[in-house]
Design a protein around this ligand. Structure first.
Ligand SMILES: Cc1cc2nc3c(=O)[nH]c(=O)nc-3n(C[C@H](O)[C@H](O)[C@H](O)COP(=O)(O)OP(=O)(O)OC[C@H]3O[C@@H](n4cnc5c(N)ncnc54)[C@H](O)[C@@H]3O)c2cc1C
Length: 165
């Protein structure tokens, strides 16, 4: 079976997944290839703090719901060291903007969920389309594998545009 896409994205971290989401909003189909398993990527603990620009971007593209419910708004970062008084880097005071404590793991979950929903909607749409034009659907049908592919990257997300806009 041959799968076709407009853009192949290597890496299903937050950057690749968000890019796939943004492309879909812009009407561009993409496939995200990730060499690790989904379980590995979702278990990975990394960033915990988002700057204001990222927070606004996530809201603007429809990915801010859980972040706004579960995230914690902070004015800055406090450094504590060897019993000395806490030293606050007051980013709200200096930049006029707060920060958001919301784990990268949670963002990755949100992005996976959004890509899964888009892929499911796209798959459904193509199935309906195939009833009238079977030849075309056969050439552009979707696949979605979530496990680790032996020796190669697994397609973790496939989104056709019309389903997400
Ligand atoms: C301990 C830690 C704490 C951090 N804290 C913060 C913080 O508080 N605030 C902040 O803003 N940032 C923080 N960061 C940085 C943040 O985690 C990274 O900036 C972010 O992960 C980058 O996202 P990315 O999608 O570009 O890359 P990644 O998250 O690294 O994703 C890249 C993906 O590509 C995959 N990949 C690579 N090569 C291939 C290939 N050839 N084929 C298929 N797949 C491939 C990898 O498996 C990976 O899943 C922290 C990072 C670490 C490690």
């Amino acid at each position: 079976m041959v799968n076709r896409t407009q853009v192949a994205i290597i890496g299903g971290g937050p950057a690749g997944l968000l890019l796939s989401h943004l492309l879909a909003l812009g009407g561009i189909d993409s496939a995200v290839l990730e060499r690790q398993s989904r379980a590995h990527v979702l278990r990975r603990i990394r960033a915990g703090v988002l700057e204001a620009g990222t927070v606004q971007l996530l809201r603007d593209v429809g990915l801010g719901g859980r972040m706004d419910r579960e995230g914690h708004v902070h004015d800055g970062v406090a450094i504590a060291w060897e019993g000395k008084p806490r030293f606050l880097i007051d980013t709200r005071k200096h930049t006029g903007k707060p920060m958001m404590a919301y784990g990268q793991t949670a963002i990755t979950e949100d992005l996976y969920a959004a890509r899964d929903a888009a892929a499911a909607a796209s798959s459904m749409k193509r199935k309906m389309f195939s009833r009238t034009t079977p030849r075309r659907i056969a050439r552009s049908s979707l696949s979605k594998r979530t496990g680790r592919a032996s020796g190669s990257s697994a397609t973790i997300s496939r989104a056709a545009t019309a389903s997400t806009g």
